[in-house]
Design a protein. Structure first.
Length: 188
């Protein structure tokens, strides 16, 4: 699946493989594989991915998978945020969080929390997720919400091993529904 790129050439300064604008994204690797995004788009992408990283890694109580999500409008204003966790008032006690099989049934994904908590129409909005792109279950709801662009970091090999099939189905759904998906390489 080919990823759309803007074709503009202004670049973010990159030092030692790390962008000075982001703590988690390897922009040099992205540009090598996909060409460069416009300076403005990349600047905001990196900012909101960093925010998704902060939200997921700091706020999610999930001991193994901490997901952060940010939804913005076309003017880069934040509409909503979310992270993965149990529904409101449902006890997120350690015994439930540690049991992976049981946990999956309780947890609401970060993307869905961000969509549900948004208090405005999401038509044309952008969704940012960290540390991986949306799963197939979330993809359907993202499409139905009107979100038009999904920006994430590339999943690691371990994540692909566990959720690869779901990512692939989500990819197909986004492609067919004309949702633009950008995946930035993470800093190793
Ligand atoms: Zn999901």
């Amino acid at each position: 699946m080919s990823k759309p790129t803007s074709g503009l050439s202004k670049k973010v300064e990159v030092r030692g493989g790390q962008s000075k604008n982001s703590s988690i994204i390897d922009t040099a690797a992205f540009e090598k594989n996909h060409g460069s995004l416009s300076f403005t788009t990349k600047k905001w992408d990196l900012r909101f991915l960093d925010l998704a990283y902060y939200i997921g890694s700091s706020w999610s109580k999930d001991p193994s998978t901490k997901v952060g999500a940010v939804i913005t409008d076309e003017k880069n204003r934040i509409i909503s945020i979310g992270f993965n966790g149990f529904p409101r008032n449902v006890e997120d006690k350690p015994s439930r969080l540690r049991n992976r099989k049981e946990k999956y049934k309780f947890v609401v994904h970060g993307e869905i929390n961000a969509i549900v908590f948004a208090k405005q129409d999401l038509t044309g909005a952008t969704l940012y997720t960290w540390p991986f792109p949306p799963c197939a279950d979330c993809a359907g709801i993202i499409i139905q919400s009107g979100i038009k662009r999904v920006v994430s970091t590339m999943p690691t090999k371990g994540m692909i091993k566990r959720w690869g099939e779901s990512f692939e189905i989500a990819d197909i759904m986004f492609w067919e529904a004309r949702i633009y998906q950008y995946l930035y390489p993470r800093i190793p």
